[in-house]
Design a protein around this ligand. Structure first.
Ligand code: HEM
Length: 333
């Protein structure tokens, strides 16, 4: 019995030794090989040169996950990190420089005849609500969008990576959620003001005479002059393009593939930068650029002499309809 127990213990010990030996790799396999035949092929740049893309096998059902790098991706990265920054810096800083120069040369466009003391309603409460809702959203969208393109480089050295990460996260939430009221605002503006924004013959004369802003003429205009019509269409078309491409990015791969995502991001970025630059000109003319203009969107009423100088045909119409308060007013022309 004792002898059988000894044999059994010996057998078990031998089996354990054999298993341990099998699980241990040979000593040579643990040493780094001095010659690695695959060394060149695992270098990213070599692979890209040969194959133009890095891809492999994946157990995930989505075939797109198999591609790690491809030429379009690298071109997009170049756009995102270099080209878009140049476009943004040039159009936005360029516009600020032009506006500053214009202000220094021309100054504020004054109401030439002085204030009359009588006013005419220009925008009703709903129109002003829509305008300011859209404008507020736009300003937050613009700042949080610029943060995506320039924030890391500009702010991290000032506030540090931790604070930047916190701010960038909130900025992104704001960018995502405010896109909805902004889109609604653009749609409402489109519907509210479309009737006054078709091009007409008066626009040609208005443009030829510099809109009374460049030069000293006072070309007649209806409710919206050619400059305002351009702003209107920039808002409708630019806002529309920014919204469509923005939603493609917000809900990735639902409606498009990776190439479509890259195109959407490029269009969104360029439209965003141009939009911001153009709206800076609009904000300038609505505030320090033109005396009496802000009241139109502030109180909703403008001075009759302002209306005569900038929108004479519209004022005539309002007078005919008896909508001008504070006594009788002579037609504009
Ligand atoms: C602080 C920013 C802004 C100011 C001070 C401002 C000011 C004004 C003023 C005073 C008007 C009336 C002009 C008139 O009576 O003839 C106006 C009109 C308008 N605004 Fe703004 N605005 C601002 C931002 C925006 C933004 C961000 C958008 C769109 C994204 C926008 C879209 C429009 C449109 C479509 C009109 C009608 C067409 C025109 O007058 O150009 N505004 N704005």
């Amino acid at each position: 019995m004792a002898r059988m127990g000894f044999v059994l213990r010996s057998l078990i010990a031998a089996l354990c030794l054999w298993l341990a030996a099998a699980a241990t790799p040979p000593a040579a396999a643990q040493q780094p090989s001095s010659v690695n035949p695959t060394a060149q092929s695992v270098k990213e740049q070599e692979l890209l040169k040969e194959l133009q893309r890095i891809q492999g096998r994946s157990s995930l059902p989505d075939a797109r996950t198999r591609v790690l790098e491809q030429p379009a991706g690298r071109e997009w990265r170049q756009f995102h990190q270099v080209t878009l920054r140049w476009i943004g810096a040039i159009v936005i800083l360029g516009m600020l420089a032009v506006l500053l120069l214009f202000y220094l040369i021309r100054g504020m466009v004054r109401i030439e005849a002085g204030r009359s003391g009588r006013t005419v309603v220009r925008f009703n409460a709903f129109e002003r609500f829509v305008h300011w809702m859209t404008a507020t959203c736009f300003i937050v969208l613009a700042l949080s969008g610029l943060n995506v393109t320039f924030g890391k480089e500009l702010l991290t050295p000032l506030i540090g990576p931790e604070a930047f990460a916190g701010w960038a996260q909130w900025a992104k939430y704001a960018h995502n959620y405010l896109s909805f009221p902004f889109t609604l605002g653009v749609v409402l503006m489109f519907l509210l003001w479309i009737a006054w924004n078709f091009p007409s013959g008066t626009d040609v004369r208005w443009i030829r005479e510099g809109g009374g802003i460049v030069g000293n003429g006072h070309p007649p205009a209806r409710r919206f002059n050619a400059g305002q019509k351009m702003i209107y269409w920039v808002v409708v078309l630019g806002g529309g393009a920014a919204a469509v491409t923005g939603y493609l990015l917000m809900f990735p791969f639902y409606a498009t593939d990776v190439t479509g995502m890259q195109t959407a991001q490029m269009v969104h970025g360029i439209v965003g930068m141009l939009f911001i630059a153009i709206m800076l000109a609009h904000i300038y003319i609505g505030t320090i650029g033109m005396q009496g203009a802000f009241e139109a969107m502030g109180k909703g009423e403008v001075d009759v002499n302002w209306a005569r100088q900038h929108h004479s045909l519209w004022l005539d119409n309002e007078i005919r309809k008896g909508r001008v308060g504070g006594g009788s007013v002579a037609p504009a022309e």
